[in-house]
Design a protein around this ligand. Sequence first.
Ligand code: B16
Ligand code: MG
Length: 220
Amino acid sequence: MSEIKACLFDLDGVIVDTAKYHFKAWKRLANELGIDFTEHENEQLKGVSRMESLQLILSWGGLKKTEAEMLELAALKNSWYVEMINEMKADEILPGAVQFLKELRDAGVKIALGSASKNSTTILQKINLLDQFDAIIDGTKVSKSKPNPEVFLKGAEALGEDPEYCVVFEDAVAGVEAAIRAGMRVVGIGEHRILYQADMVVSGLDQIHLASLKEALIKK
Ligand code: B16
Ligand code: MG
């Protein structure tokens, strides 16, 4: 298989753990609406866009809202979420991410973000990683959510690389599927039993180096 010229990273669950802040904000909203919300429900929202997450929560509670009410609820949840991410610091970057991004940069591998979040720029600024990315494709730039491949295809295009030279790093099943549909190789971040469709799975970016990535993904 082809050499590796570009790496595309999901944000939540790969670079930082913002899921805990999404959890607090969605739980507050759900509970105010009289809907139960636990870590189990939160798990199902990973990698899912804000409006689709809200639709799921409302369906779990058997509630129906108008489009205008939904926009208001999503904005309220986001205001609580933004309050929390505004307090984020670089020590919240997941283990190995800074080192791996540096290793790629030093080797001349291009780097893009491919996230569903509309808050990705704020988060990257807060953790001082914004300047490590050559391109940022996030929820503000795509119209179709993962598993649609749009976010990664736009990332490759922004980097000027063909999908066959790209590798995606993803923690969500929908993201792994999006990468496969984009014609890219994909490293799952998490558990093999969940992300088994990925070309390889590691528990975190601290478990990977460019050499081991090449060894696993560039077949002779
Ligand atoms: P926002 P990722 C995703 O980030 C989160 O996993 C998901 O829980 C969230 O709903 C989504 O971003 C949208 O986030 O409300 O900030 O636009 O994993 O794609 O980096
Ligand atoms: Mg994610």
